[in-house]
Design a binder for this molecule. Sequence first.
Ligand code: ZN
Length: 462
Amino acid sequence: MNTLFAADALLPGGWAKNVLLSWNAAGQLTQVQSAAQPAAGAPVANGPVVPGMPNLHSHAFQRAFAGLTEYRAQQDSFWSWRTLMYRFAARLGPQHMEAIATWLYAEMLEAGYTSVCEFQYVHHDADGRPYADDATLSLALLRAARKTGIGFTLLPVLYQTSGFGGLPPNEGQRRFIRSTDSMLRLLDTLKPACDAQGARLGLAPHSLRAVPPDALREAVAGLEAIDPSAPIHIHIAEQTKEVDDCVAWSGQRPVAWLLDHAPVDARWCLVHATHMEAAEYERGAKSGAVAGLCPTTEANLGDGIFDFSAWRHHGGAWGLGSDSHATVNAAEELLMLEYSQRLAWRQRNVGASAAQPHVATALTLEAVRGGAQASGRAIGGLAVGQQADFVVLDAAQLALQGLPAPDMLSAHVFASHRTSAIDTVWISGQPRVAAGRHALHNEAAAAFVAARSQLLQENRAP
Ligand code: ZN
């Protein structure tokens, strides 16, 4: 039996004092006892213990060009960003993918994420031909997750068209395109590999613009045959152009169309449900689906602002993703989410709830719960039966020193000035980050920089 004693811990119902966490050899919490006594010689946390944050949306390779599109070109929009992303993706090989993802996942762990949903859409080689082993790039990501220890949900992406109404794919999309049958074969191939390392396998129909209705229906049915409760993630309403195109095609906005034409329920994650009308907020929230919010990426790309209060008013579940990885920091995503709402509605403490007046506490608990649901894994917080995934804040960090535990979490989110206030991070009961550092930090960073340099050189070649 393994244990950790914490003077303060954030349990699903709120902050508790003198908490003894115990877990079994499988890394599953077997006891979460408040008002406990520390056993002599048992490990004691160096600060408040909070649940690990699931990251529900990641495109790992995009970490390699974070920061490289922050200059003015002829037209600075999401669509010009995407053009650069396609150019970058064109040269990516399995060794680059693994190096980039290994560093990214180590960064995530150091920044308070304990698991990640990988929305994996680069499938084929640079010419658009399937690799000899069709699962090559997905397996590179699984290896990166295993090496770093991060919890993993793999979501192979179905991508077939370049726009609504079955528009043929363009040259930049050649590495993403596959038939529904070949996707279902890929899922069959990946299922044992995922099971072998405790990862969950799901499916990501890329978006309504990239997946025609018949393919969406067949792919979801095929996934259900493999695993009836597997997670399903889709990009849904990120850009107003996408909404306008969907209305022109179907007469409906994307979220409304999806709710009318797909079996949307608690398995689903609606990523970037940014542009919804009142009825979509209500129906979407009540469907049980998780809203996948990616606050720093949505800000970086100029997407727009999700109406967080409307979604929560209808009891909507939600979680956080770092998506393009312009920022890799769970606390900063919470900060950006809260600040976007303050700016939009000219209010403070939008994220507080009746049960939890502290914004950082309320947001952390809700994001963990929704993120766990979207991940399809038992990672929903510090409770018996959940995986022992948690983060110990550093009570000696200047911004936190001497404060009560709820204020320490607030300071971590709102006042730590982008320096980490994280001491240790545990996944499945094993410490993966100690004194703020992942064991692979230096080695993974060097491999990442080498991979990025190589991709940039190849990009610059005529
Ligand atoms: Zn995305």
